[in-house]
Design a protein around this ligand. Sequence first.
Ligand code: C5P
Length: 228
Amino acid sequence: LGPADLAGRRVVVTAGGTREPLDPVRFLGNRSSGRQGAALAAEAARRGADVRLLAASVDEVARRTATAAGVAVTDVTTTAELRDAVRAAVADADVLVMAAAVADFRPAAPATGKIKKDGGAPPTLTLVENPDILAEVAADRPHPRLVVVGFAAETGEPEEVLALGRAKARRKGADLLAVNAVGTDRGFGDVTNAITVLDADGEVVGSGAGTKAEVAATLWDLVADRLR
Ligand code: C5P
């Protein structure tokens, strides 16, 4: 049996990837499976927390990981829906972990009917920027004891990934930022993961590698330290 160091804590975890409609049948999305977020939610539940997973199109493995551990799941699709769900859920939470891959942009005006080939020029997509949910919550906390944790998936060589993570940690204002290297064959959907955890100043406070469950345990050890 592991530690019960999150007993009595309310935890909100986001997982998966948001999808932005182009038309009624198409969307802009990403490769996130939601498995790391689900592993984080499940590990928090095992440590005694009351956990809600805000699930943005997570796969079936992720969903089962969460529900089997007794995590309550709320499904969302778009970034706007996720933002509303996060705002509602953090009001009485102790910890928010933003593990979801949130779409940075959305189509400015989704088509109301299916976009068709009409023999002319291909359509041009106009995108608008989405709000940064993590930065918003970090800057405008419902209460000062909320611990805010972000994830940063970066591509590149290890030093480059860390440098990007440091800049992002300072910019986002989260208490902790878990940085991981991704590519089409790493991180997203993969069974293993590796994270380096930075504080709000960009200083390294811990790291862990292994299965997504092992990575989750590493992150909760660091969060539990902050809650004490
Ligand atoms: O800027 P970037 O997308 O790399 O930052 C990743 C972190 O920020 C993740 O924790 C993600 O959930 C969060 N994020 C967000 N809203 C966005 C974009 C990212 O909350 N629009």
